[in-house]
Design a protein around this ligand. Structure first.
Ligand code: GCV
Length: 770
């Protein structure tokens, strides 16, 4: 965002086909004229997506007139004080706020508003805190209601002039307010009678980067890591500030820099200097850094004989390490820990509980105001083979109340692992005496990865609105994690980032919407996915309703379409092993494949039927929910059909509410998913005149890939399940064009973001099924 770079710059080699380079070149040549006027109100200048939703393209027509009347000059903080004349005296955060307002208003209005020392005319924008601005101090804003990160934006009269004040108790509140003010204009909201008070419902709003120190990103589909460890701390890429700015624009205030499968090197002085440098760049944007740490660090790094959390030497080692970190990074956020999970070490290796392990780190961090995010995603393959979905609850529920005040137990949205659809995690309704935080996956590991058009807003909304019934109706997951249900003071939410070194940050334009919706829902978990989608579309493309409405409709339908062609009716974990890309419903335990990493373990498809019985007659995982929810899921009459096979094993001929059999419905879901993608392509094609050529083409090409992927999923899944159900296809449904053996033999050996050195499968000389 700081430099105009040619569209191809920063794009890893080999990721952009020649065709798209030609497109980009062509569009640059045409930039000056014809294309930009293809549609009134639409900005169709070439765009590589780097600017995300912070594009600030010129407002036109009536809105421009209105906005120019409301915005005439900027009054920096400290009116009448020296800072109004000397911007260098502003705090770094207020300088960022001022720069953002200047940049945004210049872009939107086509002229740079003058910086004035005091209000001199109608349309003044006054911004600051009571401490930094005498004007803000004198206004009766009742700022105490917005806390230490919130803001107030209000239309006021100052010295007989119409003005707008953007105020916070803290500088970061002002920065958030500045972004909100610009968003009002980007989304064409009136500015005349503003009275907005907003503060975040959740205190720690964190992106978890699964970035490795070798530059790769686990489950990352947007290039390499953004963090260039080799050139840090000396070289600070401009992208670091651009990243922080984008995060701040949606209220994200924390970043875990490294993979939860953590390397001990991150705790060495060599890397801590690099971490401190990043923390320095992020600080003005209100973003603290956190680190993932390996439980075994006292052994691997400290050369102790044990990492036992009750061993005083181990505790002293951690205390010293934490003190070392805080010497260089005084506002360091804390640690994220993955322990006793997928082969990672943890307290259970020493016969200690998860709470004992957490306590050791919590104490070390508490001395400096740090927090600990301790993951509940704890399992070892094979250990809980009757039902892995039970394991986190069985491990953590007995520990409720045993975690220190500065610990949050970080719980994934569902009990298995970020599937296209899961019920909410039962722990949300089960730990009233523990700070619980929600972990969402913004990167689309199980949802088609880089190329699929899947907006995650509806998935996030579904879990946030899910009712645990822990304290009667209305005990939603949102109220558990924002602290309003049990009164916790430390609250948090994490999203596994989908950001990498790709020029457009997220691998595709529409993946940017998932970063955006995570931040917006972290700020206010009651916001609707639809409203956020509309906001994002207007900021990212155009506010022309002829574009906004169909695109929002597409976004809102996209997740359900992916569920339809991948894992309908409550199925889960049917992806190819390892890469989690493409179908693999036939993946069975054995030959190094543990049961709970296989697909057949989850589908339980047999001649009699399909689905995982988690009722009292099966694993009874349903009993982990409160009685009201357990009863709803247990009974076929009340179990939501989109979770049917998650909780029940049912005969192929079981009749659904539609009157169709389970088998027929399954097949029709796969077909419906494919049809949706085909229609989406048509819709997008019809919208080309509203979009610049580069972003249009990228999205169109990716939709074409998605159509093939959806067809592949549908054909392979039907071929596999039909080999078990032995039922005919419903009338009019096309049979899969290839044999099951063919689908089973086909595999994509290398998928970006998949851990592991070798190919995911042996070579097979079979034709592409898609
Ligand atoms: C970082 C899933 C992913 C792993 C990930 C793990 C986790 O299993 O496939 O790549 O590891 O979740 O959340 O720890």
């Amino acid at each position: 965002m700081t430099r105009p770079i040619s569209p191809a710059a920063g794009q890893p080699k080999g990721r952009r086909p020649l065709g798209s380079l030609i497109w980009a070149g062509l569009s640059l040549m045409l930039l000056t004229g014809a294309l930009a006027t293809r549609s009134a109100g639409a900005d169709t200048h070439t765009d590589d997506g780097y600017r995300l939703w912070l594009r600030y393209v010129p407002v036109q027509g009536e809105w421009l007139e209105r906005y120019r009347r409301s915005v005439s000059e900027l009054i920096a903080a400290n009116a009448r004080g020296p800072a109004a004349r000397a911007p260098a005296a502003l705090s770094p955060t207020l300088r960022v706020a001022q720069a953002e307002l200047v940049r945004g208003l210049t872009g939107l209005l086509g002229t740079t508003p003058p910086l004035a020392p005091d209000v001199t005319r109608d349309g003044a924008i006054v911004f600051g805190t009571p401490a930094s601005s005498a004007l803000v101090r004198r206004l009766p804003l009742a700022l105490s209601r917005v806390g230490d990160e919130g803001y107030i934006i209000r239309s006021v009269a100052i010295a007989g002039h119409r003005a707008t004040v953007i105020a916070g108790n803290t500088d970061i509140g002002v920065l958030y307010g500045a972004f909100r003010f610009l968003r009002l204009m980007q989304t064409r909201a009136p500015l005349e009678h503003l009275d907005i008070a907003s503060s975040p419902r959740i205190r720690r709003r964190v992106l978890d980067h699964w970035d490795n120190l070798d530059g790769t990103v686990e489950r990352g589909y947007a290039g390499d890591s953004l963090w260039k460890w080799d050139s840090l701390p000396e070289h600070l890429s401009p992208r670091y500030a651009d990243y922080a700015r984008a995060c701040a624009s949606i209220g994200i205030n924390g970043a875990v820099l490294n993979n939860v499968n953590a390397s001990p090197f991150i705790l060495t002085p060599l890397y801590l200097r690099k971490v401190a440098a990043l923390a320095g760049v992020f600080r003005p944007y209100g973003i603290r850094v956190y680190l993932s740490v390996p439980f075994s660090a006292p052994v691997t790094l400290g050369k102790l004989s044990s990492a036992d959390p009750l061993d005083p030497k181990v505790r002293a080692w951690w205390a010293a390490k934490v003190a070392q970190i805080y010497r260089d990074i005084p506002d360091f956020g804390g640690f994220l820990m993955k322990a006793n999970s997928e082969g990672q070490p943890g307290p259970e290796d020493y016969g200690r509980t998860q709470a004992q392990g957490a306590d050791m780190l919590a104490q070390a961090l508490a001395a400096h105001g740090g927090i600990l995010m301790w993951r509940a995603f704890v399992y070892s393959t094979g250990a809980h083979s009757e039902d892995r979905a039970r394991q986190a609850y069985d491990t953590f529920k007995p520990l409720d109340g045993r975690f220190a005040d500065n610990v949050l137990v970080q719980v994934k949205n569902g009990p298995i692992d970020f599937q296209p659809r899961e019920p909410f995690h039962p722990l949300f309704g089960a730990m009233p005496h523990t700070n619980l935080m929600l972990e969402l996956e913004v990167t689309k590991e199980y949802l088609g990865q880089q190329t699929s058009f899947v907006y995650l807003g509806p998935l996030f909304e579904e879990v946030l609105r899910a009712d645990t019934w822990a304290r009667g109706a209305g005990s939603t997951v949102a109220r558990v994690i924002d602290g309003s249900l049990y009164g916790e003071r430390l609250t948090a939410i994490a999203g596994v980032a989908n950001i990498g070194s790709d020029r457009n940050w997220c691998g595709s334009i529409f993946n940017q919407a998932n970063w955006y919706v995570f931040g917006r829902m972290a700020w206010n978990p009651d916001l609707s996915a639809r409203a956020i989608a509309a906001e994002w579309v207007k900021m990212t493309f155009t506010s022309d309703p002829r574009f906004v409405q169909p695109v929002v409709r597409l976004m809102m339908g996209s997740r359900e379409a992916a569920v339809d062609y991948m894992t309908p009716l409550g199925l889960a974990s049917q992806m190819a092993a390892g890469t989690h890309f493409g179908p693999g419903p036939w993946v069975a335990p054995g030959k190094g494949m543990p049961p709970d990493w296989s697909s057949t373990y989850y589908s339980r498809a047999d001649a009699a039927g399909i689905g995982f019985d988690r009722t009292a007659s099966g694993s009874d995982a349903v009993a982990q929910y409160s009685p009201h929810v357990a009863a709803e899921f247990s009974h076929l009459a009340t179990c939501p059909e989109d979770l049917l096979l998650w909780f029940h094993h049912l005969p192929w001929d079981y009749r659904l509410r539609s009157g169709r059999t389970l088998w027929e419905s399954l097949v029709l879901h796969y077909d419906r998913g494919v049809a949706w993608v085909q229609q989406a392509r048509g819709t997008w094609r019809g919208l080309s005149r509203y979009v610049d050529p580069e972003r249009y083409r990228l999205t169109a090409d990716f939709l074409a890939i998605q159509q093939k992927d959806a067809q592949w999923w549908r054909d392979a899944s039907i071929a596999y399940f039909q080999s078990i159900s032995h039922r005919p296809l419903p009338a009019g449904v096309a049979p899969p064009p290839d044999t099951l053996a063919h689908y089973e033999a086909f595999c994509i050996p290398y998928v970006e973001g998949s851990p592991g050195a070798g190919p995911a499968c042996p070579p097979a000389d079979v034709s592409v099924p898609r």
